[in-house]
Ligand binder design. Structure first.
Ligand SMILES: [Zn+2]
Length: 125
């Protein structure tokens, strides 16, 4: 899958691109992913209003100045924590202060504000 992704990115040459995966994903440790890893940006979904943290890394084209909100530092500045915990966990089975479970589709959503930051970064690059 990663090799195919890299092949597609090369096919489109100079087009700006970004590839996202959770920060702790095995993808980032695989040698096959090295061509993607020269330029990385990391953020957390809670910084964009989601009740769970889900810290995510974006590999991106070198010419794309990707400006994202900084990852959550778990001090509560994201506004999504109560009693030292995020309100929810990005898990199907729940967890967090409210312990709400999520469907796979819910967990694959990307916050609207994050999408806007990516689009604005592309437009400025
Ligand atoms: Zn947070």
């Amino acid at each position: 899958m990663v090799e195919k992704t890299i092949k597609i990115l090369r096919y489109f040459g100079g087009a700006l691109w970004t590839v996202e995966n959770p920060r702790r994903s095995q993808l980032w440790r695989r040698p096959v992913a090295r061509p993607l890893m020269a330029h990385l940006a990391t953020t957390s979904y809670c910084r964009y209003g989601f009740a769970y943290m889900k810290t995510t890394t974006f590999a991106h084209h070198p010419a794309l100045a990707l400006h994202l909100r900084p990852p959550c530092d778990r001090t509560g500045g994201c506004g999504q924590m109560r009693y030292g915990k995020h309100l929810e966990h990005a898990q199907r089975g729940g967890g967090g202060a409210c312990s709400k479970g999520h469907t796979r589709d819910e967990l694959h959503r990307i916050p609207w504000g994050l999408c806007c930051d990516i689009v604005e970064s592309v437009e400025r690059s």
